[in-house]
Design a protein around this ligand. Structure first.
Ligand SMILES: NC(=O)C1=CN([C@@H]2O[C@H](COP(=O)(O)OP(=O)(O)OC[C@H]3O[C@@H](n4cnc5c(N)ncnc54)[C@H](OP(=O)(O)O)[C@@H]3O)[C@@H](O)[C@H]2O)C=CC1
Ligand SMILES: O=CCCC(=O)O
Length: 324
């Protein structure tokens, strides 16, 4: 029978109806009792893995830079020296890597996760990559007899800490059902979108909208200031109207102060625009606003802002003004 359980592993934890560990829902979902691997402990991976540990999961971690494992080991995680070792010692392994190249290397490279995979195991890639990359990883994983699910996330550093991410999944539906309770520890909602590639596509469409919105917002902040308005008032006005968005209210005040504490690195936003442009190209769709936004993120990268928050794209506009 359904029971009340804590959902969301972090500060956003809340009670929702779910299934107890021993029962299963009509869709085959149930609690997860097995060993969980986590590869990639950057801005997103570290809090996601922390939430799994804090929810009582048996978690084994690996990260290219070994020192980033230490806070997780303090929370009770185990360590293995390679992705292959994590995968062979765990039932299900999550991966949260920077980009297509690193996601492929960690899954399919030397000592990659695929080498530790076997029938009965699962690999869940939560990195933001393009559909072709996801399919390639899926092919390597499933060739071992293991199952594959792509599950990129919407939501940034704070939602990751609070267990309030949105999972955009696709691939093996039985694996989706098997890891549902783990996704519910890390997130507030989950979508199953079909075959491998559909989750990646959805994520890129969402992020291309976000990247263009941020450029438009930046232009508005600068223009308001130039015509003698207080940009803080613009942030307030926007927050009360139809184009209100948490992103503007969250980032606006620090952008006005030219501060860009990193939640979503600018280099990753530019990567997502690059991948979204290729996606649009694959179906001959023109996305001129995104193309223009992408150029600004590239300028921002060339200004040394790659590791700042993506809201630092406003500095590329300022640089254009100064060079007039
Ligand atoms: N930050 C955000 O708001 C969000 C990010 N995303 C996506 O999630 C993914 C991770 O983002 P985020 O955590 O912010 O990024 P970070 O840059 O903080 O972390 C990237 C991770 O990838 C690892 N990595 C990079 N290159 C390699 C490589 N060649 N081999 C092995 N490992 C590698 C890094 O290891 P090391 O520590 O050694 O550098 C690190 O663990 C990206 O795809 C991003 O687009 C999705 C939603 C929100
Ligand atoms: O990929 C990053 C997404 C960030 C967000 O959804 O706030």
């Amino acid at each position: 029978a359904p029971t009340l359980r804590l959902r969301g592993g972090g500060r956003g934890a809340r009670l929702v109806f779910s299934c107890s560990a021993s029962s299963s829902s009509p869709s085959g979902e149930g609690g997860f009792s097995g060993k969980v691997g986590f590869l990639g402990l950057g801005i997103m991976g570290a809090p996601m893995a922390s939430n799994l540990i804090n929810a009582g999961c048996d978690v084994t971690v690996w990260n290219r830079t070994r020192s980033k494992c230490d806070p997780l080991l303090s929370l009770g995680a185990k360590y293995e020296p390679s992705p292959a070792d994590v995968a062979s010692s765990c039932d299900v392994t999550f991966a949260m890597l920077a980009d297509p190249e690193s996601a492929v290397e960690v899954a399919c490279g030397a000592n990659g996760a695929a080498q530790g995979m076997a029938p009965g195991k699962g690999y869940v890639d939560v990195s933001t990559v393009d559909a072709a990359t996801s399919k390639l990883i899926g092919k390597h994983i499933t060739s071992t007899g293991a199952s594959f699910l792509e599950a990129p996330v919407s939501g940034s550093k704070k939602p990751a800490e609070d267990g309030l991410l949105i999972f955009l999944t696709a691939g093996d539906e039985s694996l989706y059902n098997r890891v549902a309770s783990l996704l519910d520890v890390m997130g507030k909602s989950r979508f199953f979108l079909g075959d491998v590639g559909k989750g990646a596509d959805m994520k890129l469409v969402v992020n291309m909208v976000m990247g263009s919105m941020m450029v438009s917002f930046s232009e508005g902040l600068l223009l308001s200031e130039k015509v003698g308005l207080d940009p803080n008032t613009l942030v307030e006005v926007i927050s009360q109207g139809a184009i209100s968005a948490p992103m503007f209210s969250l980032k606006g005040p620090s952008m006005v102060k030219a501060a860009y504490p990193t939640a979503f690195p600018l280099k990753h936003q530019q990567k997502d625009l690059r991948l979204a442009l290729a996606l649009a190209e694959s179906v001959s769709q023109s996305i001129p606003t995104v193309a223009a936004a992408n150029e600004l993120y590239k300028v921002a990268k060339s200004l040394g802002l790659a590791d700042q928050d993506f809201s630092a794209v406003i500095e590329a506009l300022k640089a254009k003004e100064q060079s007039k």
